[in-house]
Design a protein around this ligand. Structure first.
Ligand code: WTA
Length: 657
């Protein structure tokens, strides 16, 4: 989306830090000095930053990292010992035991919000940790969480961390199949779920999804159930556990297990350009330091502020900026169960006013959707508490940026457009509210310790000077970086370190303008970004071809007004199968069942043939162009085995916008 309006004056004009924004933690001067220091001497810089958190045994070695393909190894604070949950609860008890840690805002605004203090959080985490232990969970074991946006999701993450178990949160919108794959790949011992998950007035049957998933998993996997809505579910005696009942009976005392800085904290599955989703592994020490630091500085978080990140804990944004970053900082973090448009399009703003939110962090897709409903929904609510606005997940188009600035921020709130990834653990390129002049659509400048480089995509040559354009790589490690792919270090190296030797390859394209500002132009691989959710086109394709009537499928992204990118599927049916409207609907439903609603194709085109080279490789470049309705410049089609298929595809294209 960023590409669209780049030429306009609005997009290139600089927005200074709003004059009333005073007392920021980082100023233009301190940013420059601190950034220079972080690059000049990473050991000294991070050695100091590591002290943000409490260590049971302090580290003596800060950075030990190697990006060399074949021997990639990333270690931070490697001889330090800590406990992440103790950092997010115990260490705040003395000073802020009665301060609210989590404000829980339910889906239905008529249900009262809950305020959970640090003391209560600590107690709940300890009780849940004891329940996990009682059922055999120990250090290093995997526990899958498949939960609504309820405080128990945070308790469960921290309960795992408390005993050194490794959590893997699976987004509640994923299907039973997707859940089963993740339980099996991580070889989890326990799944924690809830009866049902209310969202936007509807309920997702999480427990029955888990039941369906567990049919495909080891019999020994236990299922702990949070009775949240009280909706009726099936119950398997001997396997299913009423976790809230057991928590009430459990001891509120649970010692925090000392773990090594490099022991895994969590695995989070994310889509790549090929194959099945991969388990991104984050470890304990470096991740926590980086999440805490970015949370504090990117949002200019100060004691007493109310911070709201609208993401789901099923995504990395929820991990780092609902749970770990804020709680490590002793912050008050808002956890919202619902959706932006329920019961009406004013919900976000009503919640901001109700809880006097100071920092608000959401996705461009939500802003675009709300923008379409009209500014009157915003104007109804008192947003005077807001100080900083943030966006994440995809490039923000300048039009949405300007609307956000004007109607939500009233021109007084800096906007931080934070670029990062599941793999990076925290923000890598982002404005800092009191330090960075912004340009709508640009993620601006690197965070401390981050060395972005722009490489020519084909030659891999580093593009020096400004402006520059190419693929975005990072030249050196930072503490929040993923360490490996769960169970497959080779895949980790091949995905991120093989193509451009010596660098971490992000998979994103970018432009660096004359001021050195970074503009992310989107993925350069076969990953698409649908409403800020990452989706591998290969995953949708394999779901489609699993249908008995489908012979072949190719999936690409296309520009979508609200979602950023929509899913466009070219489908070749089995011989003799009639292409009907009903079949189209059936295939959409099929993909929803196979992966989840976020993977639903927006457009399906019947393709008698796909454009392939003589060696049988599908030419996606051509399919992307046709899906973008930009078929005038298809480039060279002479290498195709059968060039005539292209005319058919153009003639029957689905996106004529
Ligand atoms: C995209 C989400 C432009 C990008 C935290 C990246 C962005 C992918 C931005 C990671 C942004 C994320 N501007 N693009 N501010 N933030 N992206 O792993 O393509 O779900 O590679 O992490 O989202 O998505 P993921």
């Amino acid at each position: 989306m960023a590409g669209r309006d780049q030429g306009s004056a609005e997009a290139t004009s600089k927005h200074p830090v709003p004059p009333g924004f005073a007392g920021a933690l980082v100023t233009p001067e301190s940013y420059s000095a601190m950034y220079a220091a972080s690059i000049a001497d990473p050991d000294a810089f991070w050695g100091e930053q590591g002290k943000r958190i409490d260590w049971i045994k302090p580290y003596t070695r800060v950075k030990n990292t190697d990006f060399t393909f074949g021997q990639v190894s990333i270690n931070w604070f490697e001889d330090g010992v800590l406990n992440v949950a103790a950092n997010c609860t115990d260490r705040h008890l003395a000073r802020r035991g009665s301060q609210t840690a989590i404000i829980w805002e339910p889906d239905d605004p008529k249900t009262p919000a809950r305020h959970i203090s640090y003391a209560e959080l600590h107690e709940n985490v300890c009780r849940m940790a004891n329940v996990l232990k009682a059922h055999g969970a120990a250090k290093g074991d995997r526990v899958v969480l498949y939960l609504p946006m309820i405080p128990e999701a945070a308790y469960a993450m921290l309960a795992c961390a408390r005993i050194g178990a490794i959590h893997s949160v699976v987004f509640g919108g994923f299907s039973p199949d997707a859940l089963a794959n993740r339980v099996n790949d991580s070889e989890a011992k326990i799944v924690i779920t809830a009866d049902t998950a209310p969202r936007g007035g509807r309920r997702t049957p999480l427990k029955s999804n888990a039941d369906a998933a567990l049919l495909h998993c080891d019999d020994k996997v236990k299922c702990m159930v949070v009775k949240h809505t009280g909706d009726q579910t099936t119950w398997v005696d001997g396997r299913d556990i009423d976790i809230l009942a057991e928590m009430r009976a459990a001891s509120a005392d649970c010692p925090a297990e000392p773990v090594n800085a490099e022991d895994p904290l969590f695995v989070l599955y994310t889509s790549g350009s090929t194959g099945k989703p991969k388990g991104v592994v984050h470890t304990s020490g470096g991740y926590l330091v980086y999440a805490a630091m970015t949370h504090q500085l990117t949002f200019d978080y100060k004691d007493g502020d109310i911070f709201w990140c609208t993401a789901d804990v099923g995504w990395v944004t929820g991990h780092s900026y609902i749970v770990y970053g804020p709680l490590a900082n002793g912050a008050t973090t808002v956890m919202f169960e619902g959706v932006p448009t329920f019961p009406d399009a004013g919900r976000f703003w009503e919640v901001c006013a109700k809880h006097k939110v100071n920092q608000f962090y959401t996705a461009p897709t939500a802003i675009r959707a709300l923008m379409g409903q009209g500014a009157e929904w915003v104007e109804k609510h008192d947003l005077s508490s807001l100080r900083v606005l943030g966006t994440v997940g995809e490039p923000i188009n300048p039009e949405a940026w300007v609307w956000y600035d004007k109607h939500v921020g009233k021109g007084k709130c800096p906007i931080v457009d934070t670029w990062w990834q599941t793999e990076t653990g925290g923000h890598l390129i982002t404005p800092l509210p009191g330090a960075t002049e912004t340009k709508p659509g640009s993620a601006t400048l690197p965070f401390f310790g981050i060395k972005p480089v722009v490489l020519n995509a084909e030659s891999g040559v580093v593009q020096e000077g400004n402006p520059a354009e190419g693929v975005l790589c990072i030249a050196d490690s930072w503490p929040g970086q993923m360490r490996t792919v769960w169970g497959d270090h080779q895949r980790f190296q091949e995905t991120y370190f093989q193509q451009y030797k010596g660098y971490y390859f992000t998979g994103d394209g970018c432009r660096r303008d004359e001021d050195g500002y970074y503009w992310i132009t989107g993925r350069v691989d076969d990953v698409i970004n649908v409403s800020g959710h990452r989706m591998g086109t290969a995953e949708v394709e394999s779901a489609l071809v699993a249908h008995e009537k489908v012979a072949e499928a190719a999936v690409v992204g296309y520009p979508h007004e609200i979602k950023g990118q929509g899913i466009y599927a070219y489908v070749t049916l089995m011989n003799g199968v009639e292409p009907t409207e009903d079949l189209r609907k059936e295939l959409v439903k099929w993909v929803r069942n196979e992966i989840g609603p976020i993977a639903s194709p927006d457009l399906i085109q019947w393709a008698p043939g796909l454009p392939k080279t003589r060696s049988g490789k599908i030419m996606r470049r051509i399919l992307r162009k046709i899906a973008e309705n930009d078929f005038g410049a298809l480039g060279d089609t002479s290498t195709l085995a059968d060039p005539s298929v292209v005319d058919d595809l153009i003639g029957n294209r689905m996106n004529r916008a």
